[in-house]
Design a binder for this molecule. Structure first.
Ligand code: ZN
Length: 134
């Protein structure tokens, strides 16, 4: 399994965490590997599911990471694997913030980085998502 070129610069520490274990800790309000799960992004993944709403790619594990050269805190990123390479999962605003969409959980859904990039700023009505070849 290869790390994607966009995220392999992240400093990664600790064991991978399954979505099941991650969401259980999130619901219980407990930290994992010393990281408090206080990002709204985690709740989007938990509520919307660890699967890309567009292409159906499954998020397989959370990795404990932080940006390089920073003394910042570690956080968790969700990854799936496509063609042997990691794919980062992101949260998508169904109605984009730039078009008046809200930041509430109901307006957010789980999407892989590829689909999110493809969708860009389009609204659900105007979005013509091209499916990746399988
Ligand atoms: Zn996708």
């Amino acid at each position: 399994m290869n790390r994607s070129k966009h995220t392999k610069r992240y400093e990664r520490r600790g064991r991978m965490v399954s979505p099941q274990t991650f969401f259980a800790a999130l619901r219980a309000g407990e930290p994992i590997q010393g990281v408090w799960l206080n990002s709204r992004r985690y709740h989007v993944f938990c509520e919307s599911g660890a699967t890309c709403v567009e292409c159906g790619l499954e998020g397989l594990y959370f990795a404990r990471e932080r940006s390089p050269g920073q003394k910042g805190k570690f956080h968790f990123n969700l990854y799936g694997i496509q063609n042997g390479t990691e794919v980062l999962f992101t949260r998508d605003h169904i109605q984009p913030l730039s078009k008046g969409g809200s930041n509430k959980l109901e307006n957010q859904q789980t999407m892989c980085a590829f689909c999110n990039q493809r969708k860009g700023n389009k609204t659900p009505e105007s979005s013509q998502v091209v499916k990746a070849p399988s």
